[in-house]
Design a protein around this ligand. Structure first.
Ligand SMILES: *[C@@H]1O[C@H](CO)[C@@H](O)[C@H](O)[C@H]1NC(C)=O
Ligand SMILES: *[C@@H]1O[C@H](CO)[C@@H](O)[C@H](O)[C@H]1NC(C)=O
Length: 401
């Protein structure tokens, strides 16, 4: 506890000493120039999909609050046979983008495996990631661009992506989420959103309750972020490849028992089955999110963003505490496939059990549970054996619904 408080103080002092809004804006501006010029030339299709011999289409969807998100479609598998099965939307987690679904080889990556199984694959990319930094009126160098948490992903990004696929294909779709992607999906479903356009949902490393997160980095970060200091000091964009976050980590990593020699393991817990070349690739692809989103996660409750005082919550929500996302309201007959791991430091088994308890009156054959004892958080998307361990059974589930 004493250490934690010391760290918070160090972090806050540190940011006071080095940060000011102007400096941050300059940093962010530099990044924007890079990513907006990238957007014009390359995208996930040309970087990761076409290079593996698959057809790929780039799409854009605009959310109701003005964010312009990129999506990729893989409309057919290898060999050019057009998809004969329903569309599937892939929703990634935090600090990554849709590229993670196609980062491994075609025989290992879910995006390619789905296409080869005849599904019409659609990849979503959350606001603020490299290829989803457009907005109808704001620029990522405006603090307002980063004024969102996962509430907005629930209310705007996921519904826009699902609606877009539905509009384009005229069909109801399956939704596959990983990590934060599952939190967003569960929360949207609990409010009845998007369900009329969905056939089923697959939830990998499901996150809803966050009381038992054992990730050393996430816990240390949560303590630091539970104060809004960073946000108000002008760190609106949480850019993992940027200097501010590197500095922040170097402070966090000085806490005793926080071993940062293996950054990924400190954050996600041990992953059993990654190709050793994958860890670097994964970290190189790390994506920005809003600092406000990190603060919201650090609140570790399944409620809307807590403004921290009665007055502000009252003003925003018309009540003194933030509204709860009630998992018990997800329709009992909505088909769901949940797969979780015994070594996952972010989607802790106890937290998953709390969630499963909320589903104990779900129609039995509409809820498939799979427990992978040796799997960590990232194994579900990048393990070299994920096809055999998880995706084959998932394909059977999708084909049934
Ligand atoms: C879907 O189609 C409707 C009706 O044409 C349109 O109003 C809406 O903007 C479209 N939504 C998306 C996300 O494409
Ligand atoms: C590991 O990655 C390398 C380089 O991308 C690749 O050549 C190799 O086939 C991969 N190994 C496995 C077991 O997937």
């Amino acid at each position: 506890m004493a250490y934690t408080i010391t760290v918070i103080i160090i972090v806050v002092l540190y940011f006071i000493s080095i940060s000011n809004a102007t400096r941050n804006l300059n940093l962010i501006n530099g990044q924007d120039d890079l990513s907006s010029s990238l957007v014009n030339q390359v995208g996930i299709c040309s970087l990761l999909v076409e290079t593996q011999g698959y057809t790929c289409e780039e799409h854009k969807v605009t959310t109701k609050d003005g964010y312009i998100l990129s999506m990729q479609r893989i409309p057919m598998g290898r060999g050019g046979k057009k998809a004969d099965k329903p569309p599937v939307l892939l929703q990634h987690g935090i600090l990554v983008d849709g590229g993670t679904w196609v980062l491994n080889t075609p025989d290992e990556s879910l995006g390619f495996i789905l296409a080869d199984n005849g599904f019409d694959v659609w990849i979503a990319n959350t606001r603020g990631t490299d290829f989803s930094r457009g907005h109808t009126s704001l620029s990522p160098s405006d603090p307002e661009y980063w004024d969102w948490s996962w509430d907005e992903l629930v209310a705007f990004d996921l519904p826009a992506s699902i609606q877009y696929v539905h509009n384009q294909t005229g069909k109801n779709l399956h939704c596959v989420g990983h990590s934060l992607g599952t939190l967003i999906a569960f929360s949207a479903f609990s409010k009845g959103q998007t369900l009329n356009m969905l056939r089923s949902a697959v939830l990998l490393s499901p996150i809803a309750y966050l009381g038992h997160v054992s990730s050393i980095l996430a816990r240390a970060g949560a303590e630091a972020f539970s104060s809004e200091a960073l946000y108000w000091l002008g760190l609106h964009e949480f850019a993992p490849r940027g200097k501010d976050v590197a500095d922040f980590l170097s402070v966090i990593c000085k806490i005793p028992d926080t071993d940062c020699s293996d950054l990924m393991t400190s954050f996600t817990g041990p992953n059993c089955c990654l190709n050793s070349s994958m860890t670097d690739k994964f970290l190189e692809h790390a994506q920005s999110t809003a600092t406000k989103n990190v603060i919201h996660l650090a609140q570790r409750t399944i409620t809307m963003y807590d403004y921290g005082n009665v007055y502000s919550n009252q003003k925003r929500y018309g009540q003194s505490t933030p509204p709860v996302y009630d998992m018990g309201r997800i329709p009992k007959d909505f088909p769901m496939y949940l797969s979780y791991g015994g070594k996952d430091a972010l989607s802790d088994v106890e937290d998953v059990n709390t969630l499963l308890n909320r589903f104990n009156d779900h129609v039995p054959d509409k809820l498939v549970q799979q427990f992978k004892e040796d799997y960590g958080h990232v194994d579900f998307i990048l393990a070299t054996n994920a096809k055999k361990e998880v995706y084959d059974r998932m394909m059977d589930f999708l084909k049934l619904h």
